[in-house]
Design a protein around this ligand. Sequence first.
Ligand code: ATP
Ligand code: MG
Length: 333
Amino acid sequence: TVKAKLTDPEQEKLTKDMNELYDRLQPTASIEQNRHQLVRKLEKLFNDAWPGHDIRVHLFGSSGNLLCSDDSDVDICIVTRWKELESVCKIADLLAKNGMEKVVCVNSAKVPIVKIWDPELQLACDMNVNNTLALENTRMIRTYVEIDDRIRPLAMIVKHWTRRRIINDAAFGGTLSSYTWICMIIAFLQLRQPPVVPALHQRQHQMLPKKDGEMAAFADDLDQLRGFGEKNKSTLGELLFQFFRFYAHEFDYANNVLSIRLGKTISKREKNWHLGMLNNRLCVEEPFNNERNLGNTADDTAFRGLHLELRRAFDLIAQGKLDECCEQFEYPK
Ligand code: ATP
Ligand code: MG
């Protein structure tokens, strides 16, 4: 049988261990400074090379959602009205000539990107042009993180676990991106009884007016949203235990879809995601585009591997073994 809950001393000990690990995962100030330095450096480089186009450089992803660790890459979005820049290889050429290393231009992807390594600032960076949706979904994640003080440590620790177990690489590993994992954490928090976070997309009455007059797609009035989760009294340790229990043993992967947009699960059948879709074992709806499944980077084999990792993590957390749970995965020799 599957352990249903931790005893009080067990969850207190786990919470204490998690808080210690969380302290160690805090990003180093000098590395944070380098991320901002990189933004300024790129902005100068682009505007010097192509004056008159008003090119702006923004951070997104973990550099903007409060879930950054020292080994996170830097996600950069270049915003300009100069459409020619959207075919990114111009950018790759310029950067290669200006001291950047390992420059790769991925022009075929849905969102073309340039990857670089900055040897001076010691940072890996992915950049796109005008993918402003990514700025908005980053702001959504950040808003969720700020609703309740338990979310940041919980999410930082789950991300740490995915890095150590090598299950956070959508592009090469065929597993899941950090973004997909974060969406799974939010979905889990929405499904608690009582919920720790609401479904921000459903709360039109808590959206702040934006400068450009456009409507935000999700509630972002933090003054009203903070404290939402107070009725849920679970400690950090209990939440981590429940997170692994939920994804190891409770969630019905065969029939259901996780929807952050709605704050509940819906059936694959209802979305027509039950048939003929590639890689639909794990279904996680992208909240800004509900036709997209964030889980489709994992094929059947990868899904089985992920499910095994989740069960392994649950077994170890149920025994209070946080360090062992996050032990570095080593490929068999
Ligand atoms: P890490 O610290 O591991 O780099 P991260 O929060 O930066 O974590 P990434 O997976 O690197 O997460 O994604 C960076 C950003 O790219 C996300 O915040 C999101 O804005 C965007 N993104 C990533 N994958 C998708 C996707 N499948 N659909 C839409 N946006 C995505
Ligand atoms: Mg990132």
